[in-house]
Design a protein around this ligand. Structure first.
Ligand code: NAD
Length: 363
């Protein structure tokens, strides 16, 4: 199979869909890998390194799409790429379609076979291709919150960890999955006072166990969210109901009840966000204010930590990508129930139930 790796075009997206190590694996199994010129530069991978691993460097994005049977990338195709996708081409990338009705329609119209990294799901419910980016984004969320809480960045002017004789900052994390746990690790490490809310009691038990009393766990319901948000300096949104649009858990009124100069970081913005006042921003203009509360809602947070993120991503995408390349979509999804869950669009139809339901589309 011919696998194409285009350069990402989303703002400040420095990741790339395949490292030179990934190229070696595909080429080793008899495939051809076409990498768009300079696609890896943002992640510190040169054209020469790709060539040494066995890839062919292609000057234009158009040619990569035209020649490839499978496109392996990072973020969803953007409007400039819509026309480039061809019938029956495999599009293997993050898609987050429940929050993207226009893209979903385009993928159906182009009759591509679209596999979404974020819905590939193992029997135990875990999401192996989302996990590493959620680790990155969760850890970044606390760093970013701490940054914007500084007075010179518009915040109320507190150190999350406090100092001797002065109270630490309060952090509320909604959703105690991978994002939430990693955000909590960083916040606890800084010395903040941390509360995590989740609807899964099993998850709360796990968190209680690993944090050994260093952060408070609370069942997620409107009352607990309202009280915890009101008292917090930093609120981090990290909920997910796999494949679905995120539920709105923090209302505009709750945001308004926070002290001016507080910060919210809605990591779940890629699935529509769990904070009512959240709207997607970009790395070039990442924040805005609502009632004096700073909002950071960037849907591709790991894009600015590419040297960590690209390698973490290829570590997990290669296994399923090789199955697609070796067997084709039909045989690969027949063999792997995990990969079947990743198949979101096929033959002009949405074939992943949560997306079809949220977008009211034929399934
Ligand atoms: P996860 O499945 O590991 O965790 C989600 C958690 O949310 C689960 O523990 C679940 O029980 C909990 N939850 C569900 N409903 C809830 C509710 N009503 N109240 C409280 N908790 C609830 O998911 P994850 O990997 O941590 O990802 C979280 C979100 O972050 C996803 O939308 C993911 O796409 C997104 N994400 C964004 C970026 C970015 O750059 N912005 C990067 C990576 C991940």
């Amino acid at each position: 199979m011919i696998i194409g790796v285009p350069k990402e075009i989303k703002i400040s997206e420095n990741r790339v869909g395949m490292t030179e190590a990934g190229v070696r694996q595909y080429v080793g199994e008899g495939h051809t890998v076409l990498v768009e010129k300079d696609a890896g530069v943002g992640s510190g991978i040169t054209n020469e390194q790709y060539e040494k691993a066995g890839a062919k460097i292609i000057d234009s994005k158009k040619e990569v799409y035209a020649k490839a049977d499978m496109i392996q990338k990072v973020k969803e195709p953007l409007p400039d790429e819509y026309e480039l996708m061809k019938e029956n081409q495999i599009i293997y990338t993050y898609l987050h379609l429940a929050a993207e009705p226009k893209l979903t329609k385009v993928l159906c119209e182009r009759k591509v076979k679209a596999i979404a990294y974020e819905t590939i799901q193992l029997e135990n419910g875990s999401l192996p291709l989302l996990t590493p980016m959620s680790e990155v984004a969760g850890r970044m969320a606390t760093q970013i919150g701490a940054f914007y809480l500084q007075k010179d960045h518009g915040g109320k002017g507190i150190l999350l960890g406090g100092v001797t004789g002065v109270k630490p900052g309060k952090v509320t994390i909604i959703g105690g999955g991978v994002v939430g746990t990693n955000a909590a690790k960083m916040a606890v490490g800084l010395g903040a006072s941390v509360t995590i809310l989740d609807v899964s009691t099993a998850r709360l038990e796990y968190l209680d166990d690993i944090f050994q009393g260093r952060c408070m766990t609370l069942f997620s319901n409107p009352k607990n969210i309202e009280e915890s948000v009101r008292e917090s300096d930093l609120v981090i949104g990290g909920v997910l109901i796999t494949g679905h649009k995120a539920p709105t858990l923090v209302s505009k009124e709750m945001v308004s009840s926070m002290a001016k100069g507080s910060v919210v970081v809605d990591v779940a913005v890629d699935q529509g966000g769990c904070i009512e006042t959240c709207r997607p921003t970009s790395h070039t203009n990442p924040t805005y204010e609502v009632d004096g509360v700073i909002h950071y809602c960037v849907p591709n947070m790991p894009g600015v930590a590419p040297r960590t993120s690209t390698y973490a991503l290829t570590n997990v995408t290669t296994k399923y990508g090789l199955m697609l390349a070796n067997m084709g979509v039909e045989d690969a999804v027949a063999k792997s129930p995990a990969l079947l869950k990743g198949l979101n669009v096929y033959n002009g139809y949405v074939c992943y139930e949560p997306v079809a339901k949220d977008l009211h589309m034929e399934y």
